[in-house]
Design a protein around this ligand. Structure first.
Ligand code: DI6
Ligand code: FE
Length: 397
């Protein structure tokens, strides 16, 4: 198939959109076979079935590289209580907080969890997402962590979307291990990781390194197990404070360190050395009314690739719009529209360790978006508007 009459943002390098005017893309099977100006089209492709895109913009499809879309229930009641002035204790007594999501996720059947997750994935796909990362971490017991990961895998059977799973057993300390986080790591988290890996349910290992979650010594033990199993790692690091998570992530050559509002120049330097992507999550920043902006300029100065994701979760980021996420990255974090697009495409692919995704070049997977806009900067500029015209997944419209 040949897409013609397109304005193509190839993102071939990280310095520009790599725009091709009056461009054409030849798709062969699931791959991009050729891209360039229509006038340069090799004769071999002239006989292909052609699709005229009417001058629309084509970009790589979007990749949401950090989500928690599988969970039970929601936290709208807690949201309302807090805005009516309830204190943290009152919210907890009314059954709110992360523990309430853990309870709802434990209680939910696998099919119900899947149906709820699909509604969120459908929202992501409607704005051009073709790859979604999905974390466990609301089970915190073996049975429920495995259930979450099986649901994540089933998403890819139900929809034309690629799923990458991250095991997040070290997300929070469950109530039954209150004040005993080390025992939770030894008795639940590590054995569950081994069981999930044995079932082929784990693509990467994640953790939440924070005062309210796990410290670097505890995360280190999880990462050492990941290394033994041959799995890549990533980390929720320096979201609410700096306790050394980014340095630990860099030490283990992590794919990404995520949130990173409180990361420093030294952290950026270490991440650059280890090739660790900084994944920023403006939805959580916005929801928590955080004021500390991640050190974007330090990441730029040290050449750390910046990825961008929704962090879709019921507590700190009930967000299912990648386009709004791009707008927030620009307005709240002062990233440029080009950086926002790279963050949701090429750099997001890298944050997942996925090759051949996120740029429009021959040999890459033919995951593309056709947008009803004149210029790719419009994707970040607009608020609450979805100009997606066509989503192409593995060469299929
Ligand atoms: N960081 C967050 O902000 C969320 N998890 C995480 O690792 C909070 C999750 C929740 O409140 O449900
Ligand atoms: Fe998260």
């Amino acid at each position: 198939m040949l897409l013609t009459n397109a304005r193509i943002a190839t993102l071939v390098d990280n310095q520009s959109y790599g725009l091709i005017e009056r461009g054409a893309v030849a798709l062969k099977g699931e791959q991009i076979a050729w891209v360039g100006a229509k006038s340069d089209l090799p004769s071999a492709y002239r006989g292909c079935a052609q699709q005229d895109l009417g001058g629309r913009v084509v970009t790589p499809a979007l990749i949401d590289c950090h989500t928690h879309v599988v969970f039970g229930g929601n936290r709208a009641a807690e949201f309302e209580l807090r805005l009516n002035g309830a204190s943290y204790e009152e919210v907890a007594r009314a059954g709110g907080g992360i523990v309430s999501t853990v309870e709802a996720t434990r209680d939910a059947g696998e099919n119900a969890l899947l149906q709820d997750a699909l509604r969120r994935v459908d929202a992501l796909m409607s704005e051009g997402v073709t790859v979604v990362e999905v974390k466990s971490g609301y089970g915190l017991d073996t049975e429920t962590e495995l259930k979450m990961l099986r649901v994540a895998r089933r998403i890819a059977e139900e929809r034309s979307v690629e799923v990458r799973t991250s095991f997040l057993g070290a997300h929070a300390v469950p109530p039954e291990f209150k004040d005993a986080p080390d025992a939770y790591i030894d008795q639940v988290c590590l054995p569950t990781l081994r069981a999930a890996h044995a079932e082929g349910l784990v693509d990467a290992v994640d953790g939440f390194c924070e005062g309210i979650a796990f410290d670097t010594a505890q995360i280190r033990r999880v990462f050492e197990e990941a290394v033994r199993l041959g799995l890549p790692v990533k980390l929720h690091a320096e979201q609410l404070s700096n306790i050394g998570g980014a340095q630990l992530a860099a030490e283990f050559g992590a794919l990404s360190a995520d949130h990173v509002e409180y990361a420093t120049h030294a952290d950026a330097k270490a991440m650059a050395r280890s090739g660790t992507v900084a994944t920023v999550l403006p939805g959580a920043f916005y929801t928590l009314r955080e004021t500390q902006i991640p050190p974007i300029q330090a990441f730029r100065d040290h050449g750390v690739p910046i990825a961008l994701a929704t962090d879709c979760n019921p507590g700190s980021s009930p967000l299912t719009s990648p386009l709004l996420t791009m707008n927030m990255a620009c307005t709240l974090f002062r990233m440029t529209p080009l950086e926002a697009l790279l963050g949701m495409t090429a750099h997001a692919a890298r944050a997942l360790g996925l090759a051949r995704r996120g740029r429009i070049v021959p040999g890459h997977r033919a995951d593309l978006c056709v947008w009803d806009v004149d210029h790719p900067a419009e994707l970040s500029y607009r608020i609450g508007f979805n100009p997606l015209h066509t989503r192409i997944f593995g060469g299929a419209l």
